[in-house]
Unconditional design. Structure first.
Lengths: 127, 493
């Protein structure tokens, strides 16, 4: 059973997002990092670029596979987690904290509310 | 070390010695040449006074490479059940064929009149492969499978351009396809539409929803990466053709259909072969491989030039094909690889090729039936030449992962199967025994797989113990790679 915090929103592609102070922070879920196993590389989008909701913006590579990363919210990329360059293992050790990936200034904050809530995401995982 | 640690009595060599280039300097040499003999043979201006070449005796060189081979594992050492790769045993006669001086010493730039035997054999190969695939013509140029896919999509693109269908910019790929399929389509700037499978096969409803006037092609791996033959292949072909798209057949799994059925009869327009998988060209060492591509009558005009041709009296290289996409490889492709396959097919004959497929499928199903009680088999039922097990239950109950099982198999004297592919199976273990394994070896493999499932989990998690390199820290190696050609650990930077 993996950790699914109540206060976050989720996608079917196993990203999480939280809106705070008008900025959405995005990462991958505990279930995603567990399925991937040890993450060895994360490619993140360019800061300043504008992306559409659910657009492919990066990728995460583990010893098992490489997976695309999709942004749950469209808008301007305002910051990416530079710490992951040297320490991709943060995605495994702290997926909802130090392992965050990028921040978006949403073009439409209502997009966040349309995503899965914790209960719906748990149901998706079969919990 | 206990017998539990050493289940098969198998041990790889371990040698600590520097590379040859760091040896020498002593009095011994493999050979010396009298300097005066060079007079009149090599002008002074062309002579080098220093070569970065070790002064070592012949036996030092021979032992060095023999020791390297002691640290290796190949299909000549034991079973290599690497699913998706068809690592069959390659009969030595296929090597001997291309070592014949008349073949080994020739150059592709020689005049055609001096290459009649070779061009003739290549022409025969084009004809045989076209017959095997049910295609109109075949090019032998592509260097390997992915290059064959690239060439095939070039033909498809050229066809659509020629028919004023320039809006066709999408390639549909099922999630049971080979990983190279979407990569190839992406390489050619097609948009890739991946469709999920249903019970391990193409979901016809999803396919109907995906096709449109933007569909350039569907790329299908059949049998797919689960080892399952697509039951609805004729209907799949009809759906794509009705939408104006073309059908690409990834022939990497030809070992399951050789001599039994033909992509052309299934409605496909383009197909590639992997000679280094199906037709006894060695692979795994980095090549050269060979990925011939067959095309239907409608697409054949776009095939690369030159093609081997025959005018009734002599063989020649035909370059007069105005719609050709051009050359995709230097010279005429991997000729020595193609000629290995030529000799393999000569030995097999039509009956032998059919028997090959039957035994490959029998061997895979023998293993599947024996192992599916111990491991889970997603999507139950018969398989073709390979099958995928899931170690999910072992992971949950014993914390033993697919990776650990693969590593432990090395201690039993087997190469590890493909793991974590295809992605749609959790903790996937993909096994392909090929037709070349005798029953005793298959039984030994079954016993090893069953034994590993009940062995002490800690023992399995730390395996292998008897290989030249024990368990490596894959995570650290991927995060902080330090490349080295040395037999032992590189010095710290």
């Amino acid at each position: 059973m993996t950790n699914v915090p109540e206060h976050l929103r989720y996608t079917k592609e196993h990203e999480w997002v939280v809106l705070s102070g008008g900025i959405a922070t995005v990462g991958i879920t505990d279930h995603a990092q567990d399925s991937l196993s040890d993450v060895v590389f994360v490619e993140l989008p360019a800061v300043g670029g504008t992306v559409a909701q659910f657009a492919k913006v990066g990728l995460v590579e583990s010893v098992k596979s490489v997976s695309d990363l999709y942004t749950p919210v469209g808008g301007e990329i305002v910051e990416v987690n530079k710490a992951l360059e040297g320490a991709p293992e943060l995605v495994n050790s702290d997926p909802y904290g130090k392992g965050w990936m990028w921040k978006v200034r949403p073009s439409d904050p209502r997009q966040v509310e349309q995503l899965l809530g914790a209960a719906a995401y748990r149901a998706l995982l079969g919990h | 070390m206990s017998s539990q640690h050493e289940p098969a009595g198998y041990r790889q060599g371990r040698w600590k010695e520097p590379p040859l280039l760091e040896r020498g300097g002593g009095p011994s040499r493999a050979a010396t040449l009298p300097e005066e003999d060079l007079e009149g043979l090599v002008p002074v201006t062309l002579r080098r006074t220093h070569l970065r070449w070790p002064d070592v005796a012949e036996n030092v060189v021979v032992r060095h490479f023999t020791r390297l081979s002691n640290r290796n594992f190949g299909v000549d050492s034991g079973m290599y059940p690497l699913g998706s790769c068809t690592m069959k045993y390659n009969p030595k006669i296929c090597d001997e064929t291309v070592w014949l001086p008349g073949i080994a010493a020739q150059h592709p730039a020689q005049d055609e009149s001096t290459l009649q035997g070779t061009i003739g054999a290549l022409y025969e190969m084009q004809t045989w492969l076209a017959e095997i695939a049910g295609m109109h013509e075949v090019t032998l140029q592509p260097a390997a499978g992915a290059h064959g896919e690239f060439t095939g999509l070039l033909l498809i693109d050229a066809y659509h351009q020629d028919h004023r269908q320039t809006q066709r910019d999408q390639v549909i790929v099922p999630d049971t396809a080979h990983g190279t399929n979407p990569a190839t389509a992406g390489m050619l700037n097609f948009e890739v539409l991946e469709i999920p499978s249903k019970e391990g096969q193409v979901d016809l409803e999803r396919l109907k929803g995906a096709v449109s006037d933007r569909t350039a092609a569907l790329m299908l791996t059949n049998p797919n990466t689960l080892g399952i033959f697509e039951r609805d292949v004729a209907e799949i072909a009809a759906i794509v053709h009705e939408a104006g798209g073309l059908l690409y057949y990834d022939g990497a799994n030809f070992n399951a259909i050789l001599g039994k059925c033909r992509p052309g009869d299934m409605g496909f327009d383009v197909v590639h072969f992997n000679l280094h998988k199906t037709l006894a060209v060695p692979h795994g060492g980095g090549g050269p491989g060979s990925g011939p591509v067959g095309a239907s009558e409608a697409l054949a005009p776009y095939l690369p030039i030159p093609m081997a041709a025959y005018d009734g009296t002599r063989y020649y290289w035909d370059t007069d094909r105005p719609k050709s996409v051009g050359k995709v490889r230097s010279w005429q492709g991997s000729t020595a690889a193609v000629l290995r396959s030529w000799s393999y097919l000569k030995c097999l004959g039509a009956q032998g090729a059919t028997a090959l497929t039957e035994v490959a499928v029998l061997n895979a199903n023998y293993l599947r039936a024996a192992l599916e009680g111990t491991y889970d088999l997603p999507f139950p039922g018969l398989r073709k030449h390979e099958f995928v097990l899931s170690a999910q239950k072992l992971k949950e109950e014993r914390n033993v992962r697919a990776l650990d099982i693969g590593k432990r198999l090395l201690d039993y004297g087997f190469y590890a199967p493909t793991v974590y592919f295809p992605l749609l199976v959790h903790e996937a273990i993909m096994i392909e025994p090929t037709e070349s394994e005798p029953k005793e070896e298959l039984d030994r493999f079954i016993a090893a797989m069953k034994s590993i499932a009940t062995e002490d989990p800690t023992l399995v998690r730390n395996a292998p113990y008897h290989t030249s390199v024990s368990r490596v820290d894959e995570v650290n190696a991927a995060r902080h790679p330090r490349l080295s050609f040395r037999m032992e650990h590189p010095p710290s930077p």
